[in-house]
Design a protein around this ligand. Structure first.
Ligand code: MN
Length: 145
C-alpha cells in the first residue's frame, strides 16, 4: 500500500485534522494520520505541523513518542531543558517526561510522531506543576499552557 505525497506535506486520502478534539492548551497545529496500526504493528504514525506561532500541549504520559523532524525547525522542552530542533533530528520522549514542541524559530515545524495505538491519556500540568516548572526561568519563559 502506498500513501502518496501530493505536495506540501499532504498525503492522498489523509485528512488534515485538529491537533486534538478539545482543549485550548495548544496553538496552530494540525495532525494527519499516515498509518493506523496493521497486523503485528499496533502503532500510529502521525504527521504534525506547527505554524510559526504555534505549539503542542505541555504534557506528560506513560507512553513513548518517537519523533522525526521532517520540515523546518523549532524548539522542544523535554524533561527539564529546552533544545533547538532541526530537520532530520530524532527526538525520543521517554515515559512520564514533560514535553512541548514549539515552532518558535520563525519557521514551520513538521514532524512525524510514532506512538502505540493503545496508549494512556496525556496529563496536563496542574497549577502546582506549573509553579514547579517555572522555578527555572528559562523554562518559565518557554512553556505555554
Ligand atoms: Mn505527548
Amino acid at each position: 500500500m502506498i500513501t502518496r505525497h501530493t505536495g506540501d506535506f499532504k498525503w492522498e486520502d489523509v485528512s488534515v485534522l485538529a491537533y486534538q478534539e478539545t482543549g485550548t492548551n495548544f496553538k496552530s497545529i494540525t495532525r494527519q494520520i499516515l498509518f493506523n496500526g496493521l497486523g503485528d504493528l499496533p502503532c500510529q504514525l502521525r504527521y504534525f505541523e506547527v505554524q510559526p506561532d504555534g505549539y503542542s500541549s505541555l504534557e506528560y504520559h506513560e507512553h513513548v513518542h518517537l519523533v522525526l523532524i521532517l520540515r523546518g525547525k523549532g524548539e522542544v522542552f523535554l524533561g527539564d531543558s529546552i533544545h533547538a530542533i532541526n530537520q532530520n533530528d530524532v527526538i525520543t520522549v521517554p515515559p512520564n517526561t514533560w514535553h512541548q514542541f514549539k515552532a518558535s524559530r520563525g519557521d514551520h515545524l513538521g514532524f512525524l510522531c510514532l506512538v502505540n495505538v493503545e496508549r494512556d491519556k496525556s496529563k496536563l500540568p496542574t497549577d502546582e506543576d506549573l509553579q514547579e516548572l517555572r522555578k527555572n526561568p528559562e523554562v518559565a519563559a518557554f512553556i505555554r499552557s
